[in-house]
Design a protein around this ligand. Structure first.
Ligand SMILES: [Zn+2]
Length: 243
């Protein structure tokens, strides 16, 4: 199966990395797509450094993609100002076709970040049109609309998880290392939080979710319930198989 992460920014994939690691073990293939390059990702630096932020974050995202032997595509929209328009939707439709998307992980439909919310809608809409050749004509029209799983955005956004993927300490360690590939963002979070970085925060959330299932760590998801894009439970790794 071809699993495609479509998120707004480099590093948003952190919310499903444990699951991706288990899917990787099972021999699946991956691609990573971001709508922006994350050019505002150095918020304590002057605006003229936005281009440098984009370059740094592209390299960081490429490192994560390389671990999964995956392509990384950025649609290069401006961080913080993602607006859905015909060109962006067509870009994503063509990208989903080109990478051969079968299953997509993306943001939950409500979130703290406007780019995330727009990306969730964009993915849901583009997935419907990717198999229809009259929309955004391009080669490689998909046989079926990609099936969509929304990732857990954390508390406060009305996300009640319905599906869970457990993973063990080895994958938790690897997940933390992959998150820390986004070195520039770890520095930002340590400044914001007074010491903790995103890897620490995700590990805490994964342990909290895992406690509900009596496992070490878990990530959680909700399926897209809109017709043609509804995923199968078997798209996610099953328990057992903790590594
Ligand atoms: Zn983000």
């Amino acid at each position: 199966m071809k699993y495609v992460c479509v998120f707004a920014h480099p590093d948003d994939e952190m919310r499903c990395l444990g699951t991706l690691l288990r899917l990787r073990d099972a021999g699946h293939e991956f691609a990573f797509v971001t709508i922006t390059t994350g050019d505002k990702g150095l918020p304590y630096h002057p605006p003229e450094e936005q281009q440098r932020a984009a370059e740094i974050r592209t390299v960081e995202m490429q490192e994560v993609a390389a671990y999964f032997d995956a392509e990384y595509v950025s649609l290069a929209r401006e961080d913080g100002f993602v607006i859905e328009d015909a060109e962006l939707r067509a870009d994503l439709i063509r990208t989903l076709r080109r990478v051969g998307a079968e299953i997509v992980f993306t943001h939950w439909t409500t979130d703290y970040n406007p780019d995330h919310v727009l990306t969730a809608k964009l993915v849901t809409d583009s997935a419907l049109l990717a198999p229809l050749s009259s929309f955004a004509p391009s080669p490689g029209v998909l046989a079926h609309a990609p099936r969509i799983w929304y990732v857990d955005p954390g508390p406060g956004h009305g996300f009640e998880a319905t599906h869970f993927v457990a993973f063990g300490p080895e994958h938790a360690q690897r997940k933390a290392e992959l998150i820390r590939s986004h070195r520039s963002q770890m520095d930002v979070m340590r400044e914001l939080s007074g010491g903790e970085d995103y890897a620490d925060q995700m590990a805490e959330q994964d342990r909290f979710t895992g406690r509900r299932l009596l496992v070490d760590h878990a990530e959680s998801f909700r399926p897209c319930l809109t017709e043609r894009r509804i995923p199968w439970p078997s798209d996610l790794p099953a328990h057992p198989g903790l590594v």
